[in-house]
Design a protein around this ligand. Sequence first.
Ligand code: FUB
Length: 453
Amino acid sequence: MNPIKRYKYQVCSFGIILFLFTNHSFGQNPFILDQFTADPSARVFGNRVYVYPSHDIPAVNGRGRVGWFCMEDYHVFSSSNLTEWTDHGVIVSQDKVQWVDSTSYSMWAPDCISRNGKYYFYFPTKAKDSLAYGRGFRIGVAVSDKPYGPFNPQTEPIKNVQGIDPNVFIDKDGHAYLYWSERNIYGARLKENMLELDTEPKILGDLPTKGLKEGPYLFERNGLYYLTYPHVENKTERLEYAIGNNPLGPFKFTGVLMDESSTGCWTNHHSIIQFKNQWYLFYHHNDLSPQFDKNRSVRVDSLFFNKDGTINKVVPTLRGVGLTNATGKVQIDRYSHISQRSSSVDFLDSLDKFKGWKVRLDSADAWVQYNSIDFGKKPLRYVAVKAISETGGILQIRLDSINGPLVAEVKITGGADWKLSKAPVIKFWPGVHNLFIVLKDNRRVEADWVRFE
Ligand code: FUB
């Protein structure tokens, strides 16, 4: 093959590979829809956000402990806009790390950080030799030249660290710190090599003493060090934070940044990053597994600070972050708001939840609102709705308010199957708008998505 042809071939195959790995989730929550993901550690490397989550899989007899967490490997996901995510595949798995008990399925919450052109991936799990390493969790490190691997696991876990949920922070003076939890939250300085402790571990306080604390995540903003962590104050974990003037504290409990999950998901685990001048909270719920909270899904919402440095509580949304392209499938079941009366959301297929959700509008004037759709500049002439309605029904599509400009009136044909119904766009409005879908009469319609063409 001549060099130009080879180049074209490589570009083309890279494109195909990227396409295959791209999960078009359009920034809604949860944002990874083809597998369970939990404990998202988000990092900005270059101009992309990388998310290193745990990878929940259902435990079955012979694989993990039924009814408990079950994880055998880690994937990494990345995005340049927080709306389209690329799954880079498996980066570390329990059967490829020398010291790990590959029957334990305990590859819990990880973290990753970059230093001097290398990427250090920290993961907690159980060792196969409990006499040498103890019975609890140890923390290992795998090293790579790229944020998406391949990662090369060290042959031994980090000495003098026993616990879960590693988190790493590098301060402005270049010192690196490792945090982890084992009922309490611990911290210690790391050596320059990022693989060994430089100081004795210390318990970080002054945090609430009652109830489990785990999942530490430390960041710095305007000279304040924020130690954030999940804590069970009542029944399930909520996210709290404490502020200090030093990476190892002391930290003073300051407040709650996310309340307990309304779904009853017992765990929450998070990370906080600034990307393109906006702060974001990554966390998890059990959206794709409402009956079993050990199969979780990662989410992201915007986070805002008050002038005094305190954090505004983040309220979980389905809509998530970023703009959604009008020409993609707008998943209106991930709504911004929905009418209190005569509307609901359910799974498309109760036996295969990975197929996603649908919105049901039952009687006249029931509506669903989906914010921040980018219509671009080039006129779009049709709107298509994937919907089902036994009787047939009419959906009005309006912009920016429930009585805003009527963009289209879509007649949904009656029948027992899902169909694509199309209608012409009455007037095209360029730019970014909020979309309102309103049921015109009392004939029930269920809709999966809306797309402009
Ligand atoms: O994912 C397993 C464990 O659940 C994590 O290590 C904890 O932080 C909790 O999210």
